[in-house]
Design a protein around this ligand. Structure first.
Ligand SMILES: [Zn+2]
Length: 238
């Protein structure tokens, strides 16, 4: 009887030791997988494009606050948050300037400016491009953030959906992604989306878009969406 008891105790100890060893092995595996993905994440470049700049102020609210400044402030916040996750970030502009070099020719300033932004994103071999804008409408009741995607690109639609999901967590009313014909996201070689962070024509949105706290929330949502898209594309997460 005593012998059986001793054997049982030993067996029990073996099982405990084995369980601990498996536990440690499992933890190491998880750690390795995460490090591997985060390591690959560091090889990805995301291009952020704060819309307008320089002579082009974009739209404005009733107080005269220009879209170009809000776009840039939010983009700089998104950059900071993405960099904290190890992603490389390129900005098409990091100050108040446009990207239309003065060239005599038939191409208009606006088109040259957009081409300059696309050229930067392509030169950086960007995994994706996120253009940041504020919307305006004659209907002052329209409000909230909407992400536009290239309807010819599945990856653009997927990225838009993930960013919209995150934005819907920080705004009063959930919005839906929409196909957009913007030149900047119609590039075949580039997965691009255009985020309209809110309506400057709506008094409520206009006030919120001036607040550092709300800008931070929007930036957090955009970067979370981008990170989810990157991790998913790398075959981890979701
Ligand atoms: Zn704009």
């Amino acid at each position: 009887m005593l012998v059986i008891l001793i054997i049982k105790q030993k067996l029990f100890r073996y099982i405990i030791v084995l369980a601990i060893l498996f536990g440690i092995a499992g933890l190491l595996f998880l750690l390795f997988q995460t490090t591997k993905t985060e390591g690959v994440l560091g090889k990805l470049t995301v291009t952020l494009d704060p819309g307008h700049g320089g002579v082009d102020g974009g739209t404005s609210d009733q107080q005269g606050n220009l879209e170009k400044n809000i776009n840039l402030t939010i983009a700089l916040k998104v950059r900071q948050q993405l960099q904290q996750s190890g992603v490389r970030v390129v900005l098409t502009r990091d100050r108040d300037t446009d990207l239309a070099p003065f060239i005599m020719g038939r191409t208009g300033r606006h088109r040259r400016d957009l081409l300059g932004r696309i050229k930067k994103a392509l030169a950086a071999r960007s995994f994706c491009l996120v253009s940041i804008h504020c919307d305006s409408s004659v209907d002052t009741g329209k409000q909230g953030a909407v992400v536009f995607y290239n309807y010819l690109s599945e990856s653009s639609k997927e990225l838009a959906g993930l960013i919209q999901e995150e934005l819907n967590l920080v705004q009063d009313k959930p919005g839906d992604i929409a196909p957009g014909k913007y030149f900047i996201i119609r590039q075949k070689a580039l997965t691009g989306v255009l985020v309209e962070v809110g309506f400057l024509s709506n008094p409520n949105d206009a006030i919120k878009l001036q607040s550092d706290q709300y800008q931070e929330l929007l930036a957090g949502a955009i970067s979370k969406g981008v990170l989810r898209y990157c991790r998913k594309a790398l075959g981890n997460g979701e």
